[in-house]
Design a protein around this ligand. Structure first.
Ligand SMILES: [Fe+2]
Ligand SMILES: [Fe+2]
Length: 193
């Protein structure tokens, strides 16, 4: 369903859940970034594709709600210092849409679809591992939500640029995303190993 070409190893969820506050803090940044990207997309591309205005406003609101819920869980732990150095996964995957000779907006939509897909895959693993707890139920909700977001971006790519072109480019990007994810360092972060 998600079409990812690299499966996160089975020991990932138990490992990262050993340091829940660090995982939640990184997750909080991911949700805020997703909300900001949705707002940016509406602002920068809403004139060319007006349907984006409503869809991206709804998405930004949903991502901010996720962030608010993450903050609620984070309050249960002593404060921790944020990890410095940015998010390597986000930095590197975004390079995929700066290739010359392409419509960068198709690439951007597809990169966002892959970030959502990888998040969904990870939330599925977290939900399974934390089943029966409030955190497990939260990850279960997020899994369903991020699966929808993945489909939303794939659908927009196909609507705006045609299904064959979008599907072809998505497949190329899946290969690159799999390579990138496989190369991530181990750390209690949503998109790391
Ligand atoms: Fe989210
Ligand atoms: Fe999302």
């Amino acid at each position: 369903m998600l079409g990812l070409l690299y499966d996160t190893p089975a020991d990932w969820a138990p490992r990262v859940l050993e340091r829940p506050a660090e995982l939640l803090l990184d997750h909080l940044f991911c949700e805020r970034k997703a909300a900001a990207m949705a707002a940016h997309t509406a602002r920068c591309h809403g004139d060319r594709f007006p349907v984006l205005r409503g869809k991206m406003a709804d998405l930004a609101a949903e991502e901010l709600e996720h962030a608010r819920r993450v903050e609620g869980f984070l309050k249960e732990y002593p404060p921790i210092t944020p990890v410095r150095g940015g998010n390597r996964y986000a930095q590197e995957i975004r390079r995929l849409w700066h290739r010359p000779g392409r419509d960068a907006f198709l690439d951007m939509l597809l990169v966002m679809s892959l970030i959502e897909a990888r998040s969904a895959e990870r939330f599925r693993l977290l939900a399974d591992h934390a089943r029966g707890s409030a955190l497990g139920a939260f990850y279960e909700d997020l899994y369903a939500s991020e699966v929808h977001h993945h489909a939303l971006f794939v659908g927009l790519g196909a609507d705006f640029f045609g299904e064959p072109a979008a599907a072809r480019r998505l497949q190329e990007m899946r290969v690159a995303e799999a390579e990138l994810t496989r190369s991530m360092p181990a750390a209690p972060r949503i998109h790391y190993l």
